[in-house]
Design a protein around this ligand. Sequence first.
Ligand code: GLN
Length: 304
Amino acid sequence: MDYQRIISKVYTSTLAKDNIGKVPDYIPELANIDEKKFGVNFTDLKFNSYGHGDFEEKFSIQSISKVFALSFVYERLGEKIWDRVDVEPSGNAFNSLIQLEADKGIPLNPFINAGALVICDILLEISSNPKEELLSYIRDLAEDDNIHFNEKVAVSEIKNSFRNTAMCNFMKSFGNITNQPEAVIDLYCHLCSIEMTCKQLSKSFLYLANEGIKPLSNEKILSSTKAKRINAILLTCGFYDESGEFSFLVGLPGKSGVGGGIVAIYPNHYCITVWSPKLNRKGNSYRGMKFLEEFTTKTGESIF
Ligand code: GLN
């Protein structure tokens, strides 16, 4: 399969189409981005890597960081984590509070904000320096030390974290947050503020395409069962209330972020990352979804 040619063709045809949607402004710092940015990177398990457009430019990975946080905590704590967060699609927006009351403060999955906040709370319990530990975990996965928090983005989100703070307080009232909400929000917003390129993201997700093992170094990041389970949750919950649509149109597990990034995984083969800042109504990159839909249609490759 000539992936490079397919990527280049799909890039050109996506670029020629409408770029609908808008950049998020509820995190003021994210609204400053040039909405015409568009990058793609494909990296496979043999380290063939093809990029197009703005694929070497860093952007805010936002909720994509929830996957790294989950992997880190899951490997250390094991199945116990599912006592505090479930594995069911929510059918609601990523920042919804609606289901938490009925479920007594147990979030439906680790990729909605409530679930990621619980994972951050666990991180604070198991690590004395979770920010630095998570950052070095991600740098190790990407084999690249040039990955940093964007302090301006973190502060901009912390100052406007009214919904996430409400969620934290609400879950604390049920006993599912043990630390002070301010500390959980600080960690969560810092993880969301990490900046990476499409190329760095594709490479750093390869362990999920490789049964939990980092290719090249052969380092075991997760057991194969845990990697399978994270892929399963990515497929069913990675795009919030648009997870069914992503699965229907693209057919791969993946994760989006409000910075406009999407990483998709073709297990045993490759990872592909797309970045385009304009978001659709569900908070997922409009062009990112269009690109990946056409890409998997042209390759004929999906998990189905
Ligand atoms: N930091 C963002 C928030 O909490 C992450 C959401 C996202 O990327 N979907 O709203």
